[in-house]
Ligand binder design. Structure first.
Ligand SMILES: NC(=O)c1ccc[n+]([C@@H]2O[C@H](COP(=O)([O-])OP(=O)(O)OC[C@H]3O[C@@H](n4cnc5c(N)ncnc54)[C@H](O)[C@@H]3O)[C@@H](O)[C@H]2O)c1
Length: 428
């Protein structure tokens, strides 16, 4: 596994747990040394135990020596980042191509080189071109095997995937990979063999579709707010239709994280190159960009346009629960804005302090929920952690007047009404 991040480390540990010998490579030596000492750099439920177990029995190794790992392996997974390029919608493939060049130096016998990173259509062709500059095409096969795991549920998603997509027309590689995944296939995962380009596009199309579904329900939530309808009723009513499905159909803040924002941009960039206008996805991006502005407007209304010196408490700042990932979280737009307007912000997140808010005025991390809540004028439930699902706000906040803006609709308005708390949800 080249790149020991959210995807490489989880996949590496899970492949080792299935009985394979795995070497995880990262250029970050500190990360590698920590992993050797059982310190896992990311928050992912169950991962530390899985890493320690497989490291201790010798099936999982860590190194910063890419050449050593490639020489020792039959299958090489590229799992490095593909962030958005600066001032562009395109995916930055620098890390992929750098790794491909490095791999090329160390191929001595047949190897399958797999792009597990999310990469635009034709990236596999380019990796193949880079490798064939150094080595005969008989010595390698470039395959696309996109990853669909969700942070926070990554081990379960790896172990019980809905589908395994293998993009290759090379029958030898296909046979080897079907065998690699055989224990997941026997548990019910569908194994789909398509062309390399199709596999690359399946990943982007899937993420763009899910981002569209979230954005769709968020826009319907805006209509619910004006028509006195509870969006939760709409989500349930729609989601029970099997053609629609209930997942990714809950209104909330703008979608964020390390995938949807960058992948929606990258797919429109790819389509633009082929002179195809993905107008729907373009609208989704626009609507999602506007989402935090809308939610900030509502905060302003709740505070009667007096944000200065108001004590605001953020419960959760990551883009979703059960992860420490801050990439493109909507809190990165909201907290700086409110801080600039003079609010005094306390935040608590189960995954701890966030350096992203370091330089902001009057923004403090609190070590527990209670200390974050005390004395708040407004509580914003930003992330749906279980820790926030049964709080007794009145007894903790100890203030006569305060409001709650529940961006995840965790609580019900009737419960809050009984307690005479000013309570606002998303979409009603
Ligand atoms: N995070 C997710 O939930 C998720 C899910 C599915 C797919 N993906 C895709 O998987 C890819 C990786 O995402 P991630 O979140 O794991 O990224 P990440 O940033 O967490 O990890 C990437 C790792 O690669 C390492 N790296 C970079 N260049 C290297 C090199 N030359 N040699 C060795 N190591 C190197 C980095 O140090 C880093 O540790 C992306 O394309 C992403 O879109 C991510």
């Amino acid at each position: 596994m080249i790149g020991t991040g959210y995807v490489g480390l989880v996949s590496g540990a899970c492949f080792a747990d299935l009985g394979n010998d795995v070497i995880c490579v990262d250029k970050d030596l500190k990360k590698i040394n920590n992993l050797k000492n059982g310190i896992v750099p990311i928050y992912e439920p169950g991962l530390t135990e899985l890493v320690k177990k497989n490291y201790n029995i010798g099936r999982l190794k860590f190194t910063n020596n890419l050449g050593y790992a490639v020489k020792k392996s039959n299958i090489v997974f590229i799992c490095v980042g593909t962030p958005t390029k600066k001032n562009s919608n395109a995916a930055d493939l620098t890390q992929i191509y750098k790794v491909a060049k490095e791999i090329g130096k160390h191929i001595l016998k047949f190897k399958i080189i797999i792009n597990k990173s999310t990469v635009p259509v034709t990236t596999g062709d380019e990796v193949e071109r880079i490798l064939s500059k150094r080595k005969s095409k008989k010595l390698f096969s470039v395959v696309s095997n996109p990853e669909f795991l969700r942070e926070g549920e990554a081990i379960r998603d790896f172990s019980y995937p809905d589908r395994i997509i293998i993009g290759t027309k090379n029958s030898r590689s296909n046979k080897i990979l079907k065998n690699l995944y055989s224990s997941l296939i026997s548990k019910g995962a569908k194994y789909i063999n398509v062309s390399r380009r199709a596999a690359e596009l399946i990943k982007y199309a899937s993420n763009a579709f899910l981002a569209t579904k979230i954005t769709f329900i968020n826009e319907i939530a805006n209509l619910c707010e004006k028509t006195n309808i509870n969006i939760e009723d709409i989500s349930i009513g729609m989601g029970l239709d099997k053609r629609i499905g209930s997942r990714f159909l809950r209104a909330g803040p703008a979608y964020g994280g390390s995938c949807f924002p960058k992948d929606t941009k990258a797919i429109i960039n790819t389509a633009d190159k082929f002179k195809i206008n993905l107008s729907l996805i373009k609208s989704v991006i626009k609507s999602n960009d506007n989402r935090s502005i809308l939610l900030l407007k509502r905060i302003s209304q709740i505070l009667k346009n007096k944000i200065k010196n108001k004590k605001i408490c953020f419960l959760g700042v990551t883009f979703k629960a059960n992860t420490d990932d801050m990439r493109d979280s909507s809190s990165l737009k909201m907290i700086p804005y409110l801080s600039k307007k003079g609010a005094i912000i306390n935040y608590y997140d189960p995954t701890g302090f966030k350096k992203e808010f370091n330089n902001l005025k009057k923004v403090s991390f609190c070590k527990n929920v209670k200390s974050a809540l005390i004395d708040s004028d407004l509580v914003i439930i930003h992330t749906e952690w279980n820790d926030f699902k049964s709080l007794n706000f009145k007894s903790i906040i100890k203030k006569k007047k305060f409001a709650i803006y529940d961006m995840r609709n965790i609580y019900t308005s009737s419960k809050m009404l009984k307690e005479k708390i000013k309570y606002y949800g998303v979409g009603w």
